[in-house]
Design a protein around this ligand. Structure first.
Ligand SMILES: C[S@@+](CC[C@H](N)C(=O)[O-])C[C@H]1O[C@@H](n2cnc3c(N)ncnc32)[C@H](O)[C@@H]1O
Length: 333
């Protein structure tokens, strides 16, 4: 191209410096790219509300940039570490106006599922079962969803479901769609599915009686038959006082020790944890579980998360009171 007077050809490179280990945005992911680079690409190639897909998410830079620029996004990675680091990175940058997102892993831990918001859990597990969740929270005789061929599904986010649940479900299924009920019954197909963490003897015996005496099949499905459930990692944290400086600040050493049958992936630290908000780590990716931090006199809440190779996590929250001495209390979340 020929230059007009006073003009300058644009360069064939972008002036975005490489990330250094001491940079503020450095999260410790080895292949991490600068967010300015991804922001520039996303702005150039998409508009607000478009969908950005990164199938090799790594440290989550594309997703963080997409979120910042109000794009929808999908992130995929084969590595549990990459998925969890991306999740924690979004969490650290989140505020009240942030969009919600879901994270899909290969395994789930019992406590997280069991104590999740009930409606959210019902819709999610129906989806995992291959069905369609009932988006209305009420009505439809208390049914929580249906299979692709419209057979009703009921979800109970509890253990040892009793016979009364089977009785109520059977009458709801009959009222929901009498013709469908008769069709399924005559075709020797299930008239409905109940999903729960476990079923008591009363429920199991009643389902078996209905099958043999009334030719009515109700399927009892345990959550662990739909998704793999594992035990979350155990976590202990040791707190040691290292030194005190002339301003009365204490240098404290934290040693986190996680245990999991599948091995520990990494630890994350929030030295300014606010129980009313979410975990917002300043140290996202710590492979060794060892940190040193300086604290002024006063009360401090520190939270540490451990993530195992299945992507399951546990958290420990520690309250430190620093005055003449260092006092530690464990808080339970
Ligand atoms: C170079 S890194 C991505 C770096 C990312 N842009 C960042 O800013 O951190 C490549 C990622 O691709 C993932 N990966 C490699 N092969 C994959 C595959 N077949 N399916 C899904 N993820 C894969 C790796 O686990 C790694 O996290």
């Amino acid at each position: 191209m020929e230059l007009k007077e006073g003009g300058k050809l644009s360069e064939d490179w972008w002036d975005i410096p490489m990330l250094k280990g001491n940079s503020r945005e450095w999260i410790g992911y080895p292949t991490q790219k600068p967010i300015a680079l991804l922001e520039r690409i996303i702005k150039m190639a998409s508009s607000v509300d478009d969908i950005i897909l990164d199938p090799f998410v790594g440290g989550g830079t594309t997703i963080a940039a997409a979120e910042k620029l109000n794009r929808n996004w999908l992130g995929i990675d084969q590595s549990v570490q990459a998925v969890k680091v991306t999740e924690l990175r979004l969490q650290a940058a989140s505020d009240l106006l942030s969009n919600s997102y879901t994270v899909q892993l290969h395994k789930y831990d019992y406590d997280t599922l069991r104590y999740k918001d009930a409606f959210e859990f019902e819709t999610w597990i129906v989806g995992q079962f291959g069905g369609i969740g009932n988006v209305k929270q009420r009505g439809d005789f208390g049914l929580d969803g249906r299979t692709q061929d419209n057979t009703p599904i009921q979800v109970k986010r509890s253990d040892s479901i009793g016979r009364n649940v089977v009785d109520n479900f059977l009458s709801a299924v009959q009222r929901y769609d009498k013709n469908l009920f008769e069709r399924n019954k005559n075709g020797k197909k299930p008239v409905g599915y109940i999903i729960a963490f476990s079923f008591g003897r009363g429920a199991i015996e009643e389902v078996s009686r209905l099958n043999t005496e009334e030719d009515t099949i109700i399927k009892l499905v345990r959550v662990e038959e739909i998704i793999p459930i594992a035990v979350k990692p155990a976590l202990g944290v040791q707190v040691n006082e290292l030194s005190k400086n002339e301003k009365g600040e204490r240098q404290i050493e934290f040693i986190a020790v996680g245990e999991s049958p599948v091995g520990i992936e990494f630890y994350s630290w929030d030295f300014n944890y606010d129980e009313t908000k979410r975990f917002k780590p300043q140290i996202l990716l710590d492979k060794n579980g060892k940190q040193e931090y300086n604290f002024k006199a006063g009360s401090h809440i520190i939270a540490v998360k451990v993530v195992d190779n299945d992507g399951l996590e546990n958290i420990e929250v520690i309250k430190l009171k620093i005055n003449g001495v260092v006092e530690r209390t464990n808080l339970f979340c």
